[in-house]
Each structure stands twice: as structure tokens, then as C-alpha cells.
Write a protein that binds this ligand. Structure first.
Ligand code: S3P
Length: 470
């Protein structure tokens, strides 16, 4: 499935947009809503295929999930095999999750297919670890290649057993014991899996990570009444102590903020497309997520934060960006943890910035939906950027004049077709959107060869370009 967009004049972005509801928070709201005693109501502007996979799996575990979906989301849900939602003429979706406590989850009939979603698979493994049945988890080709030892190890130490450490595998849960676990990587997926198992274990569970990763799990569970203590620990590390949950959690009533990781594409595009001004409304601005904002500020981007407020325990803002000349920057492991999903689009910003940029401490990007260091290097090289690939990062020779240089040296339109470059076929939503941002600027338009992949997180990505590029 292809989608395309072209500018009628020079590539410029102007106007206001909303981005989809935060993918990480939505996964958690759907799962944790099921553990509450009562009905949770979640409002969101948009749900991607990853979130729909979480809904499907929770239903397979016996949770009743209904509500109303906007017409486009209703169509996407039907494609994902999710029936039973009402179609509304409103643009907002409203999910109703009828929770009856974690003990109400039942053995599923079939295999639990997480699709492309690592968060669904790793978090649900933490839930299943404490259930007294076994269930089989699988995912698409990309997810089957990704590592799971990072969660099977701590969950096995707690007493669960796994038939393997790559998908597909069976999880056999049961009586868990609390452990103290020191994770070698800052990962919200690992942390959340251990916390979810810890809630079901006998005794306290302690999870220490070397840097603090996104904390949506902690914020949401605390708001629902779970006993979780989060503390700063030596040398920038972070420690979460979880007590067994012996009471029913309170249902959620939340409006999901816009996804900062989706807004990131327009913060960068608004900075590098000349003459642009973009306002992105209602964006989540949790400090464990906003590394891209800090890095873009160091690069000289012209951004403003408006209307800061707190909603459902999460910081929410409106973000404004205007085009500005950018300079090269050093991005280190401290930035990477706060911008783990934004490194590819930051690499795009670096390519259009004057000077050399150095990204390090980003080895985790090699085991995301694709090898994102290799894919982003291939993409940028395709547009004439000199990039050196390191085991844990990239060195990018940026140039504010990249667009003009590309226009002068671009292959002629009627040149014999080259084989499709690897990045176009990566199936990775974030790489596809990075490609669109670069292509839109250099070629005055783009073709998404795999628009289905983009629907993983941002089904209305092209629509946002249509709104801003009109
Ligand atoms: C996520 C955590 C991050 C991130 C992913 C979403 C989450 O992964 O890359 O897209 O919702 O917990 P890691 O925890 O593996 O870094």
C-alpha cells in the first residue's frame, strides 16, 4: 500500500496539527485498565496498529473492551480483526475497558500475536509471568528477530518459565517471588515487565536501571493506587521498588496526550523546511521523553513551549517551531535514553545542520523495529550525505546546503530505475517517516512505499503533511 504527497510550491510547512495519542501511554492504559476494578475510559485522537495489537491481546485474555472509534480508526480496527466498536462521527476515540482485576485474565484460545509491537510483547510477558496458565506469544518477522532475553532472564529469576528467548515462545506463569534486579540497560520495556510481574509476586521487587527510562508505567500505576516507590540512585541510576498488589486498582479516566515521538517528525521538518511555522497541540512533554527537544535546542532550533499543564499525571504542552539554521551537535548516551525513538529523525536534523555531528551510546538502535543505525545511514547516503557508521552511533557530515546540493546532483527523473534502497523496504515506521521528511524537502514530495508500516504509530502522517503543506 503506497501513499504520496507533493508540495504545489516550495516545500514549506505552515499551520496547526494534532498528532496521535501517545503510543506508550495507550498500551499501558489498555493493559492496566484491565487490572482495575471497574470501567476505565480512555480518550485519544488516534490509535496505530501497535495499540490495536494490545487491545486484541487483552480481549483474547478475556477482557471486555468496547467504545467508539472515529471513522478512520474504525476502518483500521476492522482491518486488524477488531470488531465490536461503534463508529462515531467525532474525531476523538473513546475506549471503555471493563477491568475485573488481574486474576480475571483467562487462558487464551489461540496464540497472542503482538504484530510489530515490542512494547506489547515485553509488557504482556510480565503480566503472563504471574498467571497460572501458559500462553504462546508471537509477532511479525521484525519482532521475531528482536531480543527477549532481557525480559525472560529477570522473569525466570522470579519464577516464570519460557520456551525460548526469541518469539514465538510460550510463557508459563505461576507463583512468583520478588527479586532485586540490576538491568544492564535503561529500558522502559524491561522495567515495566519486571514491575508488572512484581505486582503479582510474593515479597518486594526492586529494579535498578543505569539511567532513568520513560516512566509512564510508574506514573500510571501510582495514580491507580499501586505501591511503587521511585528513587534516584548513585551515578544517575534509578531504582523502583514494587510491593505486591493485594488490593483492587482504581479505574482510569484519562485523555491520552499527543505522542512526542510523532511530534518529533514535525519539530525537525519545521526546523529544516525553509519558511515554516508549525504549531503542534496537546503534546505529551514528560521529561523522560523530551531528549529530542533538548538536542534540537543545542542545535539552534527555534521552538517555543506554550500552555504547559498536567493531565492524568503527565505534562502536556503545545509546541511551536519555526525554521532556523541548525548546527552540528554531539549526542551521547545521556541524550539517547531520553530520545531512544527519535535518534533517526535527529540524524536527519544533523544532516541538514552545518558541521559534523557525532551520535554515540546508541547501540540499542540496532535491535529496534529494524537496525536503525544501518537504515538511517543508508537513507542519508542516498541523498548524498557523508555518514560513518559506528557500532554504537553515527558520524554525520551535515550541511545546511544539502537540499541545493542534492538538487544539483540528483539522478535524472528518467534515469534507469535503481533497485529499491534497503531503507525503503525496512518495514520500519520511523525510518519510513524519516525518508518522507528528507524526500519531501529534497524532491518537493514523497512516496511512502509502505504506508502500512507508518500506520504502526502514525496513521495520519500524510494527512498532517496535507494540512501543513497546503
Ligand atoms: C517503549 C520503550 C522503548 C521504546 C519503545 C517504546 C515503551 O523501548 O524504544 O518504542 O513504551 O516502553 P526500550 O524500553 O526497549 O528502550
Amino acid at each position: 500500500m503506497k501513499q504520496a504527497f507533493s508540495f504545489s510550491g516550495p516545500p514549506r510547512l505552515n499551520g496547526e496539527i494534532f498528532v496521535p495519542g501517545d503510543k506508550s501511554i495507550t498500551h499501558r492504559a489498555v493493559m492496566f485498565g484491565a487490572f482495575a476494578g471497574g470501567t476505565s475510559c480512555i480518550e485519544t485522537s488516534c490509535l496505530g496498529r501497535d495499540n490495536l495489537a494490545t487491545i486484541r491481546i487483552m480481549r483474547q485474555l478475556g477482557v471486555q473492551i468496547g467504545g467508539e472509534l472515529s471513522a478512520s480508526m474504525h476502518a483500521l480496527a476492522c482491518e486488524e480483526g477488531l470488531a465490536g466498536f461503534k463508529k462515531t462521527t467525532e474525531s476523538l476515540c473513546r475506549l471503555l475497558i471493563h477491568g475485573a482485576g488481574v486474576d480475571s485474565l483467562g487462558k487464551p484460545d489461540g496464540v497472542l500475536d503482538c504484530g510489530n509491537s515490542g512494547t506489547t510483547a515485553r509488557l504482556i510477558a510480565g503480566v503472563l509471568a504471574g498467571r497460572s496458565f501458559s500462553a504462546e506469544l508471537t509477532g511479525d518477522d521484525s519482532l521475531r528477530r528482536r531480543p527477549f532475553l532481557r525480559i525472560t532472564e529477570p522473569l525466570s529469576l522470579m519464577g516464570a518459565s519460557f520456551s525460548g528467548d526469541r518469539l514465538p515462545f510460550a510463557v508459563s506463569g505461576g507463583e512468583l517471588r520478588g527479586i532485586e534486579y540490576r538491568s544492564v540497560r535503561a529500558s522502559a520495556q524491561v522495567k515495566s515487565a519486571v514491575i508488572l510481574a512484581g505486582l503479582q509476586a510474593a515479597g518486594q521487587t526492586v529494579l535498578i536501571e543505569p539511567r532513568k527510562s520513560r516512566d509512564h508505567t510508574e506514573l500510571m500505576l501510582q495514580a491507580m493506587g499501586a505501591a511503587l516507590v521511585v528513587e534516584d540512585a548513585p551515578e544517575g541510576s534509578s531504582r523502583v521498588t514494587v510491593s505486591p498488589c493485594d488490593h483492587v486498582l482504581a479505574p482510569l479516566e484519562a485523555k491520552i496526550p499527543g505522542d512526542f515521538s510523532a511530534a518529533a517528525f514535525f519539530l525537525v521538518a519545521g526546523s529544516i523546511y525553509p519558511g515554516s511555522r508549525v504549531l503542534i497541540r496537546d503534546v505529551g512533554f514528560n521529561p523522560t521523553r523530551t531528549g529530542l527537544f533538548a538536542v534540537l535546542q543545542r542545535m539552534g532550533a527555534a521552538m517555543k513551549v506554550h500552555n504547559q499543564r498536567v493531565s492524568g499525571g503527565e505534562v502536556v504542552v503545545d509546541l511551536e517551531v519555526q525554521s532556523a539554521p541548525l548546527r552540528g551537535v554531539d549526542i551521547s548516551a545521556d541524550d539517547v535514553v531520553l530520545a531512544i525513538d527519535e535518534i533517526p529523525i535527529l540524524a536527519v536534523a544533523c544532516a541538514f545542520a552545518d558541521g559534523v555531528s557525532h551520535i554515540s551510546g546508541a547501540e540499542e538502535l540496532r535491535v529496534k523495529e529494524s537496525d536503525r543505525l544501518a537504515m538511517i545511514a543508508a537513507l542519508l547516503r542516498d541523498f548524498g550525505v557523508v555518514v560513518e557508521e559506528l557500532s554504537d552511533g553515527l558520524i554525520i557530515n551535515g550541511s545546511a546546503g544539502l537540499r541545493q546540493r542534492f538538487a544539483q546532483h540528483a539522478p535524472a527523473q528518467d534515469a534507469p530505475a535503481q533497485s529499491e534502497p534497503s531503507w525503503r523496504l525496512s518495514g520500519d515506521h520511523r525510518i519510513a517517516m524519516c525518508g518522507a521528511v528528507v524526500e519531501g524537502l529534497c524532491r518537493k514530495g514523497f512516496v511512502l512505499e509502505d504506508a502500512k508500516a507508518v500506520e504502526t504509530s502514525f496513521p495520519e502522517f500524510v494527512k498532517c503533511f496535507e494540512t501543513l503543506g497546503a
